[in-house]
Write a protein that binds this ligand. Structure first.
Ligand code: HEC
Length: 175
């Protein structure tokens, strides 16, 4: 290869690297929205993408339309650790018959974590909703190794099922 061609190639390569470098620098300074709008071809689309999810309905509304039968299905996720029948045995977690309206961490013979014991109060609908959403946020340090149920209606269904097996359950909250 002649010296001239080699120099030309090196020059071209250098120019390419320069262009690519500029690109990267511009990229890193451009706000994400602008970039997304540019790549999807419209600011309107970027606005929809950034729109927040619809807010969750309040619990009394979710409970009013909850389906205990569906909740029983959802509760299969809990069965590896909980029994639901009256007088059912302890598994990894306590038996849940009658849990709605029961004092928290109160089933005799189950070794609850200090984290749950110190929360105090009864299992109301509202408390159960928060607990089932994310046990580790509700009672940091809890022994319930369960990620939680993010879907609000699914939680309401489970709570409706728990209510159906809780003779002492308080009346449903007013909407
Ligand atoms: C991996 C096992 C596991 C799974 C799955 C699980 N739990 Fe639990 N659960 C536990 C343990 C362990 C405790 C006791 C927690 C503590 O002492 O910190 C508990 C406690 C509870 C309590 C409090 C009971 C009381 O007497 O105070 C409720 C209510 C409950 N779980 C509901 C559920 C529901 C509903 C599901 C399914 C959606 C579920 N759990 C899934 C292990 C589990």
């Amino acid at each position: 290869m002649s010296m001239i061609i080699q120099k030309l190639l090196a020059g071209a390569l250098f120019a390419l690297m320069l262009i690519k470098g500029m690109d990267l620098i511009i990229d890193s300074f451009m706000p994400v929205e602008v970039e997304r709008a540019a790549s999807t071809g419209g600011a309107a689309e970027a606005a929809t993408a950034a729109a927040p999810a619809a807010p969750e309905k309040p619990l009394p509304v979710r409970l009013a339309s909850a389906d205990a039968k569906k909740g029983e299905d959802v509760a299969k996720k809990c069965q590896s650790c909980h029994t639901f029948n009256q007088g059912g045995p302890t598994r990894v977690g306590p038996n849940l018959f009658g849990v709605v309206g029961r004092a928290k961490a109160s089933l005799a013979g189950f070794a609850y974590s200090d984290a749950l014991k110190k929360v105090g109060g009864d299992w109301t609908y509202d408390e159960l909703d928060k607990w089932i959403a994310k046990p580790t946020s509700y009672a940091p340090g809890t022994k319930m190794a369960f990620a939680g149920i993010a879907d609000g209606q699914e939680r309401a269904d489970v709570i409706a099922y728990l209510r159906s097996i809780s003779p002492q359950a308080p009346p449903l909250p007013q909407q």
